[in-house]
Write a protein that binds this ligand. Structure first.
Ligand SMILES: NC(=O)c1ccc[n+]([C@@H]2O[C@H](COP(=O)([O-])OP(=O)(O)OC[C@H]3O[C@@H](n4cnc5c(N)ncnc54)[C@H](OP(=O)(O)O)[C@@H]3O)[C@@H](O)[C@H]2O)c1
Length: 258
């Protein structure tokens, strides 16, 4: 099939969440034939399709499971599309000391946040060409180790490091990889209360603003997207100050919740 005849698609994991829905909404304005929306909850995926129409192709899969990418691999082989955007956005996490996490929770966290991202990139790259984008969701927590969201932060550090190196590798093919490192965003991912106390999230942002900035940075060819002055400042501090000091300050801030 000639390149012109191929279907142009985008894949968005975690498409039903706060950020995911915003990515989907914005991609509808692009020259894309289908958006493959990936998540576990069928009802939320159906609602997404209801809201955004026939371009949405529902892909129900649990990315924490071993064979979770088999379906997507088969869909790619059958359609042989051009993957204009791969947005590895699915994720979750919670506060807690490391010994609170079960073996299953650790394994599934690493699977969703690390293994799946690297594997899905490799599955999609053969279907990409000049001008295509990979966007991988990390977080501000990727800048240094973060006690009490240790596993989450460590997995996001993996995503950041992996994505920046991948961008260099794919540069010669005109494919841009952007890692997004936002701070707090108002979505269902954030816990409201801990220890009976309302958690205060400094400089919390709206999902629509963060998604818009990430897509803008990706189109500009940036390898990293950082939203807002607060996070830019934190990024700088993490480069200047010893991480021991940054961690100590963080622990003081969250002491009342743990
Ligand atoms: N909110 C923040 O403050 C913040 C800050 C920095 C970075 N981030 C990152 O941004 C990304 C999106 O987060 P969000 O705030 O939009 O969270 P959210 O509203 O909770 O959405 C999470 C999405 O991921 C999907 N998901 C979770 N586990 C999955 C699994 N095992 N298999 C398939 N899909 C799965 C969820 O769908 P199902 O439950 O239906 O599977 C949902 O669509 C995450 O990677 C997160 O780490 C968030």
């Amino acid at each position: 099939m000639s390149e012109d005849m191929k279907k142009k698609i985008s894949i968005v994991t975690g498409a039903t969440g706060g950020l995911g829905r915003e990515f989907v909404r914005r991609l509808l304005n692009e020259d894309i034939d289908e958006i493959w929306a990936v998540a576990r909850n069928v009802d939320k995926l159906k609602k997404l399709k209801e809201d955004y129409g026939d371009k949405i192709i529902i892909v129900v899969t649990d990315l924490s499971q071993d064979k979770s990418l088999d379906l997507l691999e088969e869909m790619l082989q059958n359609s042989n599309p051009i993957v204009k955007y791969l947005i590895n956005n699915a994720g979750g996490g919670r506060m807690g000391s490391s010994d609170e996490f079960s073996r299953e929770e650790i394994e599934s966290h690493v699977m969703v946040h690390c293994t799946t991202i690297a594997t899905l990139c490799n599955l999609c790259i053969p279907y990409m060409q000049k001008g295509c984008h990979i966007i991988n969701m990390a977080s501000q927590s990727a800048f240094q180790p973060v006690p009490y969201i240790n596993l989450y932060a460590a997995s996001k550090a993996f995503v950041r490091s992996y994505s920046r190196a991948l961008n260099v590798e794919l540069n010669c093919r005109g494919i841009v990889t952007t890692v997004a490192c936002p701070g707090w965003i108002k979505t269902e991912l954030l816990e409201d209360k801990r220890n009976g106390k309302q958690i205060q999230f400094p400089a919390i942002a709206l999902a629509e603003d963060v998604a818009a900035k990430i897509l803008k940075d990706a189109k500009r060819g940036k390898d990293m997207s950082v939203y807002g002055i607060y996070v830019k400042w934190m990024h700088l501090l993490s480069k200047i100050f010893p991480h021991k000091l940054v961690m100590r300050t963080w622990v003081k801030q969250i002491k009342e919740y743990i």
